[in-house]
Design a protein around this ligand. Sequence first.
Ligand code: AMP
Length: 269
Amino acid sequence: MKIIKTANKIASELLNKKKIGFIPTMGCLHEGHVSLIRKSKKKKLLTVVSIFVNPLQFNNKKDFKKYPKTILNDLKICKKNKVDYVYLPQKKEIYPEKKIIIKNKIHFFKKYMEGKFRAGHFEGVIEVMKRLLKHVKTNYLFLGKKDYQQLIIIKKYLESINSKIIVVPCDTIRDKNGTALSSRNKLLDQKSLNIAGRIINFLKSNKNKIIKSKNNLLYLNKIIEFGAKKIDYLTAFNLEQLKKTNKPSVNTRVFLAYYLNGVRLIDNF
Ligand code: AMP
């Protein structure tokens, strides 16, 4: 496994390499990330993991500062899973300019879920992806459904520039208690994780009722009763039509964002 810290070096290492699989991450790796790595390895791709906490996608400075960092353990996990390259850039490799001007305008999703509650988040996501993909010229890009809106936005961006990169959507890996694995879970104690598990299991078992209900109040109250402090949204969304819905279908998922002990968690099912 090679650890590469500069854009030039990773680009030159990958030059002329054919079957590359890329897994961009913000580190604090867990089994969710590992499932993406395994998919890439299973396809026999030269597997590149990047670890970079992108300041541009945080709409809250405090949130950025407290984002968990476990780099030594991350490298261990990568090595154990036979990652070929870890790209570990510092901020100046990704954003060498003094003043970063983001030109991406993301119109769809602006009104919905993460787009609505985290101003500038997706613009920051696209900006970092653009730059990472310039450094890591990949054939395949592995993205988790855990961040479903992000997955769709990146896919649409790649389509819009006629990119040949193949996006591989990966299922959400969950803890035994039902919570989606997330780096942010590191910021929670066991009691809070148990609450998160109860919330998600309750919601999952009421999925169709939530989708059909015109007014989510009953479910929002229940989430608060379980111990959540604040809820940003609980929304049924059709992924094909890209709009809210009250009709259950294969394309309809429920999206959720809420706060537990000061930590913001998102999930969809
Ligand atoms: P992050 O480090 O949170 O930016 O995530 C890096 C990639 O891993 C993204 O494509 C995520 O959607 C994906 N990911 C994060 N958590 C999970 C999970 N529990 N299961 C599957 N994929 C995940």
